[in-house]
Design a protein around this ligand. Structure first.
Ligand code: MRU
Length: 328
């Protein structure tokens, strides 16, 4: 990223406002916990690891005046978005640090540094799954914008590209908020990687035409059995990949594992406002008063996932065993 997705500068949070991309590249500043909550809720900062970092830094901001407020602050931040476990993981880490009377600002910085290292390691492990000339399909945005830097699914592509492999990417636009079109296409173009944008409903045809060698996506929460929550539409991609005999990979740091959940049925799925579907980006595209159902995530069953790439290596089925040894 030209500037960090999210950072702590002189007692306030600087973050790239992702709702404005790709038209405007602008940093905004949060100096109170309410503005951090709003930034997470409205997807100014988004993507599981980046939400975790925002939560950790938000907690530090929230207790600026009184350390006794910590639990109130973390409980409040936890209400911003329910699906990405990284938020709860980071808030718990901050709470545990406070219990040990250690420096919270320092711990939030540690979370950022660790995330950077994890993303790089994911890239290194995943790059071995790609061959020269491969074309990869991805969904939503699991890039530098969704993490502290470099990404998870996109880290694999960045690493392959940097290692000299000639790869191309098809990016699903990712209705309704277009993270694929607005963010993934933008990031890959910045990195000089060949990217082609498609509407979500074009993936089957593109696979049938033999254009795709594998799919790689990120994750918001991975249950102990490998079931994986990610942006709505990911499950469709996994089914299509299975039908076309294309490997389907998930790339995520171990901070996205939730081994306390036996299966993906237990993952809370965020519901978003109807307006995001009926008048996304300002123009009404559905009749006034129409009923809307808008889950923001779906859960891809483990049996559709060829492998899960983490910073610790590549986990294969059965995931109950391979993920248990990777717990964060
Ligand atoms: O609603 P979003 O944009 O926060 O959803 C993001 C995703 O689904 C990403 O794929 C996921 O968080 C992984 S980010 C490395």
């Amino acid at each position: 990223m030209p500037i960090p997705t999210i950072e702590w500068v002189d007692g306030r949070i600087h973050l790239i406002d992702q709702t404005l991309l790709p038209n405007e590249f602008k940093q905004i500043y949060c100096d109170d916990v309410e503005s951090v909550w709003e930034a997470i809720k409205s997807l100014r900062v988004r993507g599981a690891p980046a939400i975790g970092i925002a939560g950790a830094l938000g907690a530090v901001l929230g207790i600026w005046k009184s350390k006794a407020e910590l639990k109130k602050v973390t409980d409040y931040l936890a209400t911003s978005r329910p699906t990405a476990v990284n938020l709860f993981w980071a808030l718990t880490r901050i709470e545990q640090t406070a219990e040990k009377h250690k420096d919270l600002e320092n711990e939030a910085q540690n979370i950022i540094e660790e995330d950077r290292a994890r993303c790089r390691a994911i890239g290194q492990h995943g790059l071995n799954l790609l061959r020269n000339g491969d074309t990869i399909l991805t969904h939503c945005n699991a890039g530098g914008l969704a993490t502290s830097d470099y990404g998870t699914a996109l880290a694999v592509m960045f690493s392959a590209h940097e290692s000299g492999k000639n790869i191309s990417v098809y990016a699903d636009e990712t209705r309704p908020l277009l993270q694929g079109a607005r963010l993934t296409a933008w990031e890959l173009m910045q990195a000089g990687i060949d990217v082609t944008l498609i509407c979500d409903n074009m993936a089957a045809q593109v696979m049938k035409e033999g254009k795709i060698q594998c799919a790689i996506v990120g994750a918001d929460r991975i249950a102990a059995n490998g079931d994986t929550a990610n942006k709505i539409g990911t499950y469709n991609v996994a089914i299509l990949a299975k039908v076309h005999d294309i490997p389907f990979y998930v790339a995520a740091p171990t901070s996205t594992l939730d081994l306390s959940l036996k299966t993906g049925d237990l993952i809370p799925i965020e519901q978003r406002a109807a307006e995001e579907v009926t008048e996304g980006f300002g123009s009404r595209t559905a009749p006034e008063g129409v009923k809307v159902y808008s889950p923001a995530f779906d859960v891809t069953p483990a049996h559709l996932i060829t492998a899960i790439i983490t910073e610790k290596g590549i986990a294969h089925p059965p995931y109950e065993e391979s993920l248990a040894s990777q717990g964060d």
